[in-house]
Design a protein around this ligand. Structure first.
Ligand code: HEC
Length: 155
């Protein structure tokens, strides 16, 4: 009898103490950082390079493609599930009005339904590389330039 109660309370305690995935944990709206005009005007110090695009693409595949889509079309699985209306970055007009500084800021801190950002996870250089990658989605031929060449043109 005692045993049953003991086991029952142990199970109960376990249920209470066991950490559950809690997505509201970080939800602290007032602490959300604000984008300043300086952020918007910030210049991208990292030039686009095949290497930079390649490392960014890898990270993008893990952290971003589920929402923004593998090629930036905004139709990732999670975006569909969450019914997010995301921009289609393949159209160069989409991001024309946003500065690199703005993109960098959103990547760093998130915005709206894009909760959190990469600021704590990725070095600045990686975040600028992500900006370059996102820009490249709207440029025809950039994706091809990033792939390692299979043939070397004869000198
Ligand atoms: C949970 C889905 C989700 C994930 C994951 C996500 N985003 Fe977003 N992202 C959004 C949403 C929603 C917006 C629009 C935010 C707004 O303006 O309200 C957005 C906006 C942006 C913007 C601003 C330009 C625009 O189209 O509005 C950039 C740049 C961006 N995301 C980059 C990234 C990068 C890089 C990653 C991966 C490190 C990422 N996002 C991961 C949902 C997501």
């Amino acid at each position: 009898m005692h045993r049953t109660i003991l086991v029952a309370s142990a199970v109960l305690l376990f249920g209470i103490l066991c950490p559950k995935p809690n997505f509201t944990q970080d939800k602290n709206g007032s602490a959300e950082p604000k984008m300043t005009p300086d952020d918007v005007a910030r210049k991208n110090p990292v030039p686009t390079s095949p290497e930079g695009l390649a490392v960014a693409r890898k990270q993008y595949g893990y952290d971003c493609a589920m929402c923004h889509g593998k090629d930036g079309d905004g139709k990732g699985d999670l975006a569909q599930d969450m019914k997010l209306e995301l921009h289609d970055w393949r159209d160069p007009a989409t991001l024309e009005k946003m500065t690199d500084g703005e993109l960098f800021w959103v990547i760093s801190y998130g915005r709206g339904k894009m909760v959190g950002g990469e600021a704590d996870r990725s070095p600045e250089k990686m975040r600028w590389n992500l900006v370059n990658l996102i820009r490249s989605f709207g440029k025809k031929g950039a994706a091809a330039a990033e792939k390692p060449k299979t043939e070397n043109p004869q000198p």
